[in-house]
Design a protein around this ligand. Structure first.
Ligand SMILES: Cc1ncc(COP(=O)(O)O)c(C=O)c1O
Length: 267
């Protein structure tokens, strides 16, 4: 299988796949702390690969694929855990998509898998039954007792998404939220976004201040003003603002207002 390493989740997925078969790393942005989506050289793709793997939105580093790779007849497999329902995508481009529920869908504990029917039934002999998508598909996802409360919650979220006008409407709101934050970062003399502009995520925006001391001061003061979870992932430091579907535009406006004030006081 071909893998593009764009962050920790892709790295972990590739390491897991190594246990079952041959993994070909097509490209990686590890050298620059995953601050961009690497440019692909199609001559490195394996035309015989069983699938080609990408992480659509890199939660920790704040990058996303804005253009899908053309993998020809090799099925594209995508981890959409942190961007599902945040923007419209062409589902026909994928052989398989999966997403943990806990960002845009509902409580942790449910994973959504969308798989092309002709790809079902290719599991290796030793694959545990619970990991066989053909078994789940044949049994209408009721082969075992599913996490009913989480699924009920997801149903409520899907109804909410429809009431907002569907994914297209949410995409507009998400683009607006991201623009408010990134526009501020681009003109700020104190704060700096860490991701190459063309690959910026709509969901997770990492940013830094000139020193670690200022980062800490900002996170502390932000918390005192009611802004939660702004600390960046422990492996990258700095700050990260996550703007999942449940975050209203006002939330981002309030954050930017606070950042402006912090800049004035700490320049
Ligand atoms: C893109 C992505 N993939 C995978 C995972 C792992 O999800 P889980 O903790 O449910 O295994 C995460 C968690 O944040 C994620 O953001």
């Amino acid at each position: 299988a071909d893998y593009v390493i764009t962050g920790q989740w892709a790295k972990k997925a590739a390491a897991e796949a190594e246990r079952y078969g041959k993994v070909n790393i097509v490209a990686s942005s590890a050298d620059s702390t995953f601050d961009h989506i690497p440019t692909l050289d199609p001559s490195k793709f394996d035309p015989e690969a069983d699938y080609f793997y990408i992480t659509l939105n890199n939660t920790i580093y704040g990058t996303r694929w804005t253009e899908l790779p053309d993998t020809g007849n090799v099925p594209l497999v995508g981890d959409m855990s942190s961007s599902i329902l945040s923007q419209e995508i062409d589902i026909t481009k994928f052989g398989l998509l999966y997403a943990g529920a806990q960002k845009n869908l509902g409580p942790a504990g449910v994973t959504v898998v969308i798989v092309r029917e002709d790809l079902l039934g290719n599991a290796m002999d030793f694959t545990p039954t619970m990991l066989r998508y053909d078994i789940h598909a044949e049994n209408n996802s009721l082969y075992n007792t599913p996490p009913t409360y989480g699924i009920y919650f997801m149903g409520l979220v899907f109804d909410w998404v429809k009431r907002q006008g569907g994914v297209a409407a949410l995409q507009k709101i998400n683009e607006r939220k991201a623009a408010i934050l990134y526009d501020f970062l681009d003109q700020s003399e104190l704060f700096r976004g860490t991701v190459v502009k063309k690959d910026r995520s709509l969901m997770n925006a990492p940013f830094v201040l000139p020193t670690k001391e200022l980062d800490e001061k900002f996170i502390k003061e932000a918390k005192e003003h009611g802004f939660e979870n702004l600390k960046g992932h422990r492996t990258v430091g700095g700050m990260r603002a996550s703007m999942y579907n449940a975050m209203p535009i006002e939330g981002v406006e309030k954050l930017v207002e606070f950042m402006k004030k912090f800049e004035m006081e700490n320049k």
